[in-house]
Design a protein around this ligand. Structure first.
Ligand code: GTP
Ligand code: MG
Length: 452
């Protein structure tokens, strides 16, 4: 028989109210052991209760009973809203366990909700993200997953492909060839529609990832051009050391910034020049290049008061070669109002700033924001994929459908392209959770916090 699990649903420590949740077939009978025998618990209504601890009263609590299946887990659930003292909470957990409940594992409530068909895997992932969302954009994204819009998209694809597969399979069974064959153009156009939809979703991955994990931005350039000053000016406090001499920054310095609800992770780096003064600066420059490679967006800073160095030009070319999105920042306009810079080419935008007096910083923030939100606007319904597992499944399905297209083109026969459609379907089913191996479930649900 299914156990009855218990866990706190709110964070540890003191608070005004603490929530403890019980789920499983014994929930109501366990609750009764702690309250007066004649207490009535109408479904989904808060009931004021004195919780007993032997002969004494542990707490006066508001208790809600959610009979199965209309509860978060789909099982009988009881929620205790207690006074938020660590003692009361801890003692209640003890009493509930003595009365027959067992401590829940991480994510076990959500796992049961999943098993009872209360949510699919994408929604579970959405819930996990929702709890850990650190900014508004991440919160919106998690909600879109949680309310099932992403699942709906995949379900549509799955239905279309299953229908196609069914049409192919009846023809495979039709040994007497009584049925009209499927027109190649019909199959091709169906496949192409799904490939396009998958491509569109795959393209949202980097954006979804920016939103969840933050946009990784590397501030690079020659020594003394004002990279650390820029970091400080953007975040609004003296995070990195600024000094007159070149080669001040050695290690990379990271700080998060919130622009209109988007998380931006700024990384200040050591200036790049031909000769390092010492091994520490040498190592610093290596780290600068690594930070640049890892960045989603590069902010290239130059100093308008002097000519470009050969290293700056080389670095610029390297960025262009790697096709990294880059914003060119021309700094120190306060000292060189007429200054300009001869770097041309692929900058997304060129922004004139002065870290000294703050000119241009708002424009720079707007350009960064435009970068994070541009592709997002392209996805009209706001549905995105934001984790690697979803991304891999989408790519897998896409590759299989493309292989099916190739087989179709070379007329290798129904059997062969049907196999690829089956594989694409399996990839999608995995994602929504129909044929999910336990280990995948384990990974998802173990990331949940206790009590969820
Ligand atoms: N006038 C003026 N000076 C600036 C501006 N931005 C930075 N500086 C000065 O330029 C010098 C170097 O600034 P940093 O921010 O340390 O430069 P950096 O690029 O981080 O230098 P490294 O860490 O050595 O690579 C400091 O003396 C700053 O005060 C600016 O907009 N105007
Ligand atoms: Mg610096």
């Amino acid at each position: 028989m299914q156990t009855t699990i218990v866990a706190p649903a709110t964070a540890a420590g003191q608070s005004a109210v603490a929530l403890v949740r019980l789920s499983g077939p014994e929930s109501l009978s366990i609750l009764r052991k702690l309250t007066q025998a004649d207490k009535v618990f109408p479904p989904r209504q808060q009931v004021f209760c004195r919780l007993k601890d032997g002969e004494t009263v542990l707490d006066e609590a508001l208790v809600t009973y959610f009979p199965a299946p209309r509860s978060f887990t789909g099982e009988d659930v009881v929620e205790f809203a207690l006074h938020g003292s660590p003692y009361i909470r801890g003692r209640l957990l003890e009493l509930l366990c003595q009365a027959g409940a067992v401590a829940a594992a991480r994510g076990e409530f959500s796992y049961r909700a999943f098993l009872n068909g209360k949510m699919d895997l994408l929604e579970a992932q959405g819930l996990c993200d929702l709890i850990s969302a650190g900014n508004k954009a991440a919160h919106d994204l998690a909600l879109s997953s949680l309310d099932g819009r992403l699942s709906e998209k995949f379900t549509h694809m799955k239905t279309a492909l299953s229908e196609l597969l069914a049409q192919i399979e009846v023809r495979l069974d039709d040994v007497d060839e009584e049925m009209t064959p499927l027109a190649d153009e019909y199959v091709a156009s169906l496949l192409q529609t799904q490939i396009n939809a998958l491509t569109k979703l795959a393209d949202t991955f980097s954006v979804g990832k920016f939103i969840k994990e933050g946009l990784k931005t590397a501030i690079v350039g020659a020594p003394n051009c004002g990279k650390s000053s820029l970091l400080n000016a953007l975040v609004g406090f003296d995070r990195a050391i600024v000094a007159d001499q070149s080669g001040t920054t050695r290690d990379t310095v990271e700080e998060a910034l919130d622009i209109a609800g988007h998380k931006i992770i700024l990384t200040d780096t050591a200036g790049i020049r031909e000769h390092a003064l010492d091994p520490a600066e040498q190592e610093g420059m290596k780290r600068s290049l690594r930070a640049m490679e890892k960045a989603d967006l590069v902010i290239f800073v130059t100093d308008l008061t002097r000519e470009l160095t050969a290293q700056e030009k080389n670095l610029w070319q390297d960025i262009e070669k790697e096709n990294k999105p880059v914003i060119l920042v021309l700094n120190k306009t306060d000292q060189a109002p007429q200054g300009h810079c001869s770097l041309d080419g692929k900058a997304l935008k060129t922004v004139y700033v002065s870290c000294k007096n703050g000119d241009g910083l708002e424009t720079l923030k707007k350009e960064i924001l435009a970068f994070v939100s541009a592709p997002q606007l392209a996805q009209e319904d706001g549905v995105m994929i934001s984790n690697l597992r979803q991304y891999e499944a989408v790519l897998h399905a896409q590759t299989e459908l493309e292989s099916a297209m190739v087989q179709l083109k070379y007329q290798t026969g129904l059997e062969l392209y049907a196999e690829h459609i089956r594989a694409a379907l399996a990839a999608l089913k995995d994602l929504i959770g129909e044929v999910t191996p336990d280990d995948v479930l384990g990974i998802i649900f173990s990331k949940f916090c206790m009590g969820k």
